[in-house]
Design a protein around this ligand. Structure first.
Ligand SMILES: [Zn+2]
Length: 462
């Protein structure tokens, strides 16, 4: 007799796999053993016996969402009064630097716990994070421990700022690092934590923050480091008119041209934002296999950008891989990847002037397969297929927001809402169950977060 598998999710309203053939199974089920999906079937096929059975009646079953760009520490300064109504990127950075210069290990750890818990409630099972301020050593170590405790797959990027105000860049002296120190710390992190295996919970990347605060050496040596250690490269590019003006004055080139000059246009790279690429640049990204992390709220929250929303439809049509990121909690304030996926769908429809420009499935494919590809894990996560990690999000559709959604729960999930995941499962383990986080003591986490946020913002603890 065949022994039971670890977990069976059965009897769903619909299982939408986001695999290569777009499998959608009414009454679909999936079986999990040792953290991996071992079988998938529909209402007409018999599932195996299992130790734990989850009845998904009335639920849509999707892959876990993958957050392709994030700065978790920023939830310590959400809606920070000094920056809430600043209209340009340069002033925005300067408004935050005093507070961010007070980051310590406890603040970074609890911001990671709170941020990943909020993301898990939105169906997210893997998140990148880009930490480019290091007023104290070993802040990413604290993040990795927090991510392990909560059980969300974590892709920290060892970010940096290597040019300061004295060089005409946007970074105060206390946050400028030497390139050699950045590389030494990156090597330490990769050797201590980077796990390249398919079931990995932690993979480390390297990523100078932006051309506005990075030296030529940091840009060039990061690519050599990524090649030497076989890790991914990440940065911000083409996200604001201030950046374009700064880069034009410093290099006489457009931002993406400079990334190309520095050897960044390759399959290792995934770049956040890319709001205003021209036709040639889109084709260059596609030809090089560069992924884009689209963060739609960021492009709107400060009033919108002069060129309008980014041309995501054109990028997809040209063959550019696009994932979705929430960005930091000062660029989007919320950390719901469901909401950011919905926002991405709406923003592209507005840009193109037609609903067909971005379907619910298009948006969810970016949030699953697109994100998985961006962080270098297509084939491991982001789809519900035999042999992939059992990272699953389960959404109840028998609730008030979805009353009347009869034909198509996938479109319903994106058009209606607000939505919160009913279950979020990573490698077969529950991170959210019955709508509640199970690996975080939420009241205690909020108490620690309030203390840390007060300290970072320079306020008396409230
Ligand atoms: Zn960012």
């Amino acid at each position: 007799m065949t022994p039971p598998v670890d977990l069976l999710i059965r009897n769903s309203l619909l299982l939408c796999a986001f695999d290569d053939t777009g499998t959608e199974l009414p009454g679909g089920w999936l079986a999990v053993d040792d953290g991996v999906i071992v079988a998938v079937g529909d209402k007409d096929t018999a599932p195996p016996e299992a130790e734990t059975v989850v009845d998904a009646a009335g639920c849509l079953v999707l892959p876990g969402l993958v957050n392709a760009h994030q700065h978790l520490y920023q939830n310590l300064t959400r809606c920070y009064a000094a920056a809430a109504h600043v209209d340009n990127l340069t002033d925005w950075f300067w408004a935050y630097f005093t507070a961010w210069g007070r980051l310590d290990a406890e603040a970074v750890a609890i911001s990671t716990t709170v941020g990943l818990a909020e993301l898990a409630l939105s169906g997210c099972t893997t998140s990148a994070d880009h930490l480019y301020l290091h007023p104290e050593p070993e802040l990413i170590d604290a993040q990795i421990q927090a991510a392990r405790d909560i059980g969300v797959r974590f892709h920290p990027v060892r970010g940096s700022m290597t040019l300061g105000e004295a060089d005409g860049a946007i970074c105060p002296p206390n946050l400028v690092e030497r390139v050699d120190d950045v590389l030494d710390d990156s090597r330490r992190l990769v050797e201590a934590y980077h796990d390249p295996t398919p079931s990995s919970m932690v993979r480390v990347g390297i990523g100078p923050s932006t051309l506005m605060s990075s030296s030529d050496a940091a840009m060039i040596e990061s690519t050599a480091f990524a090649d030497a250690f076989d890790v991914r490269l990440h940065s911000h590019v083409a996200d604001d008119p201030d950046e374009e003006a700064y880069v034009g004055a410093r290099f006489g080139r457009r931002p993406l041209q400079v990334y190309e000059d520095f050897g960044w246009l390759g399959r290792r790279s995934w770049l956040a934002h890319v709001v205003y690429p021209n036709h040639d640049e889109i084709n260059a990204l596609a030809a090089a296999g560069v992924s884009v992390a689209h963060c739609p709220s960021m492009t709107m929250i400060d009033g919108g950008l002069p060129g309008g929303p980014p041309p995501i439809r054109a990028m997809l049509d040209a063959g550019v891989n696009v994932g979705i990121g929430c960005d930091g909690a000062t660029a989007a304030d919320h950390q719901s990847l469901w909401l950011e996926t919905k926002t991405a769908m709406l923003l592209s429809r507005q840009r193109e002037g037609r609903a067909s420009a971005m379907s619910a499935r298009d948006a969810l494919r970016m949030a699953t397969r697109g994100g998985a590809h961006a962080v270098g894990r297509d084939g491991e996560i982001g789809q519900l297929s035999v042999g992939t990690n059992a990272d699953v999000s389960v959404w109840r559709m028998d609730t008030l927001p979805y009353a009347g959604v009869l034909d198509d729960p996938v479109t319903g999930l994106m058009h209606c809402g607000p939505a919160s995941a009913w279950h979020t499962i990573v490698g077969g383990k529950f991170v959210v169950r019955d709508g509640e986080p199970v690996t975080v003591d939420v009241p205690e986490a909020l108490r620690r977060h309030r203390a840390a946020a007060s300290r970072v913002q320079g306020l008396t603890c409230q």
